[in-house]
Design a protein around this ligand. Structure first.
Ligand code: MG
Length: 499
């Protein structure tokens, strides 16, 4: 029934894999429901249910009969590209899942859940000392995790690879040194000049949620989002995208009641994630190679729609009438003013509030700290000072308390060290993809103006989406654009837009 796969051993593997796929499907539904519908008190039972499902899935994956089949398949030399992809993804999953002894997994999960509640309390009370001992534990456990996973050069490499296959400390260093040397002077120039507004009166404008819902729906319908057919939009405090399968891809958005660009741009962002999943090759359904290949590539798709499309002048012009219809106050502004509202630049202490340009420096601060945490060893008590110094050096502002400084993100409490760089990778890649896209199909802005998104979507499908997870990220880049990640495209994009 699965056309792309002819090899009998691969077919047998896929037959067995279908059960793991089903568990993943079910647990995605549980995860989505937890964020969107579940009453607060449901959390305890839900966590147990999710935990048991993941144990079940791990048992199936690591079953000796299954791993032997995968090993045997890896030795066959008649595999198609897709079949190779299946073997690669499964070997990687098996390796990661079998790296950690059960005691370690238990300890890590206990520590991170305690650390998460300590973090929440510390953040609320502005008391870093409540979190610091937990952060020390997490750093120790994470270093252990890196040792279990194995690495060539630095322990941090093992952690980066977990989130972005093949990514190394040196890769990230190369990317970020460009941000420091090339993008920092551009940011300084933007801030010194008066072309780019640092704030905009529309940030204060209140709106009604039902009206903004209409706006968001009209926008994604213009993009061709198959609402009700293969997708939904719901509401959650932290917007996200989840896919239960190629024909059921869901996004969420948020309505804070003011500063409507947050709701619009976050909807457009999640649309980009969703499109990646919706444009998968349906022949890969039920297999390990369906779905986006990595966090960085995924984020490049969301950032492409958010930044390249959503923050363009043509987009501001396109949605201007829609906005005017639902939020009448907007008629006091011109489309050009709307454009600048979407494109303010100002240093902010909070990462999630940051604009397109300053955002990368927030990630740079975290990368510098993570690298020292893992590769060099540092105590949690010395981190806030480092944080504040870096913020001042890069963005010229200093947190007045821990909540708007080192305690602002939940990531480290969750034990996810090595995740942050994927955000910047996505941002940088989105500009690089845009450049290559325009060489092939011409001005993106013209398509936006004409409300003709098909050529853009089809470029993304042909170059990136249809491959699913067949190739690891670096290989995918080689095939899609023939070049590895290069920060210059983003710097050029920023210069052109703002200077
Ligand atoms: Mg995202």
């Amino acid at each position: 029934m699965i056309m792309a796969f002819e090899n009998p051993l691969i077919k047998e593997i896929l037959e067995k894999y279908r059960r793991m796929w089903a568990i993943h499907h079910a647990s995605s539904v549980l995860g989505w429901d937890m964020e969107v519908n579940m009453p607060k008190m449901g959390i305890q039972e839900r966590s147990v249910a999710e935990g048991e499902l993941s144990v079940l899935s791990q048992e199936l994956l690591l079953h000796p009969e299954f791993t032997a089949m995968v090993e045997k398949a890896a030795e066959q030399d008649s595999l198609s590209e897709e079949e190779h992809g299946i073997v690669r993804v499964l070997q990687r999953d098996i390796k990661i899942n079998s790296s950690f002894p059960p005691d370690f997994v238990r300890e890590l999960s206990k520590t991170t859940s305690m650390a998460t509640s300590a973090w929440a309390e510390a953040k609320e009370k502005g008391d870093y000392d409540k979190f610091a001992p937990w952060l020390d534990n997490i750093m120790e456990l994470t270093k252990k995790a890196a040792d279990y996973l194995g690495y060539d050069k630095y322990p941090y490499d093992a952690l980066l690879d977990l989130f972005e296959e093949g990514l190394t400390t040196s890769d990230v260093e190369r990317i970020f040194s460009k941000i420091e040397t090339d993008l920092k002077p551009v940011l300084d120039k933007i801030l010194a000049g008066d072309k780019v507004p640092k704030e905009h009166p529309l940030e204060k404008l209140k709106y009604d949620t039902p009206a903004m819902k209409e706006v968001n729906e009209e926008i994604v319908r213009m993009f061709g989002f198959p609402l009700g057919e293969r997708s939904r939009i719901d509401i959650s405090p932290h917007p996200f995208t989840t896919e239960f399968g190629v024909n059921d891809v869901r996004i969420t958005t948020r309505y804070e009641g003011f500063d409507f660009k947050r709701s619009i741009l976050s909807t457009v962002h999640e649309f980009g994630h969703a499109l990646y999943e919706l444009q998968q090759n349906p022949e890969f359904m039920f297999t390990p190679i369906i779905g986006g290949v990595s966090l960085g590539i995924h984020e490049s798709q969301s950032r492409f729609w958010e930044n390249i499309i959503g923050r363009s002048m043509e987009f501001a012009e396109l949605i201007y009438p829609v906005l005017k219809k639902h939020v009448p106050e907007v008629s006091q502004y011109t489309p050009e003013e709307l454009y600048w509202y979407f494109n303010t630049v100002r240093p902010d202490l909070i990462r999630t509030e940051a604009d397109v340009v300053t955002y990368n420096f927030h990630i740079l601060v975290r990368f510098k700290i993570e690298k020292i945490m893992i590769n060099e060893g540092i105590k949690a008590k010395d981190l806030p000072e480092l944080w504040n110094e870096q913020m001042e050096a890069l963005l010229g502002i200093k947190p007045k308390n821990y909540a708007e400084g080192i305690l602002q993100d939940i990531h480290w409490a969750h034990g996810t060290i090595g995740y942050f760089p994927t955000y910047t990778i996505g941002t940088l890649l989105s500009a690089q993809f845009a450049d290559y896209m325009q060489r092939d199909i011409g001005s993106i802005g013209n398509y936006v103006r004409d409300r003709n998104f098909e050529p853009i979507k089809s470029w993304l499908r042909e170059k990136i989406h249809r491959y699913g997870s067949i190739y690891p990220p670096k290989e995918l880049l080689k095939r899609s654009i023939g070049e590895q990640l290069n920060a210059d495209y983003f710097t050029e994009y920023v210069k052109k837009k703002y200077l």
